[in-house]
Design a protein around this ligand. Structure first.
Ligand code: FMN
Length: 197
């Protein structure tokens, strides 16, 4: 318990995701809800997978020309929300997004499977499509064409660091007094308060 009290929120996040992953059989335990601020001022949410935490920053990837990419580049205010069913825990993170370096984007792109790489290359994610069959045909063609050829990262495929400012941990309790802990980053330090359930 004393150890828990001293943990900073990044360590606590890592402990919680590890505990969930050990118990869970879901395919993507790193799935989280990313919210960006729409160009029309309304929030926009969608699931993404957390790639990793680097230097206390949460890394996500995707197309810069997608809705999320356009919105995060226009307004860095963003949030990531996790809900883990096995451990009955929720974590929500608010922070600012900053585009990752090209070298790091290259690394994540290389780690994607060939089919995902081809889709990233040929699809203008989120724009209207007249003929899906045509796109699928192109995909099949490129699959053969690039069978033994490395696909380089499209310029508009990259990722973002979400640099956390607030991290709230919530753990369900049977007695309804859900435990809520809020960490806020101020003056180079994480401050912690406990919230009412
Ligand atoms: C579990 C899950 C994980 C996903 N992971 C990603 C991801 O890491 N990156 C991504 O661009 N889209 C991911 N998607 C697809 C997004 O939810 C979304 O459909 C897509 O990125 C387009 O969103 P946008 O139009 O708001 O930019 C994922 C979807 C699900 C359900």
């Amino acid at each position: 318990m004393l150890y828990e009290r001293k943990m900073n929120p990044i360590e606590k996040f890592k402990k919680w995701i590890k505990e969930e992953t050990e118990k869970s059989s879901v395919r993507i335990p790193s799935a989280c809800c990313l919210t960006s601020i729409g160009l029309n001022g309304y929030p926009n949410s969608r699931f993404v997978s957390l790639k990793e935490i680097l230097d206390n920053k949460f890394v996500i990837t995707g197309s810069l020309n997608s809705k999320k990419g356009i919105e995060l580049l226009a307004n860095p205010k963003s949030s990531l929300t996790f809900w883990w069913t096995e451990t009955e825990r929720q974590i929500r993170i608010q922070g600012n997004s900053v585009q990752i370096e090209n070298e790091l984007a290259d690394k994540y792109f290389r780690e994607r499977n060939k089919e995902s790489q081809i889709v990233s290359q040929i699809s203008k994610q989120g724009t209207e499509i007249g003929n899906l069959a045509e796109l699928i045909k192109l995909f099949q063609k490129q699959k053969i064409e690039y069978n033994n050829i490395e696909i380089s990262r499209p310029n508009d495929w990259s990722g973002f660091y979400v640099i956390p400012k607030r991290i709230e941990f919530m753990e369900f309790k049977k007695n309804r007094f859900h435990f809520r802990e809020l960490f806020t980053f101020e003056d180079d330090n994480w401050n912690k308060i406990i919230l009412q359930p």
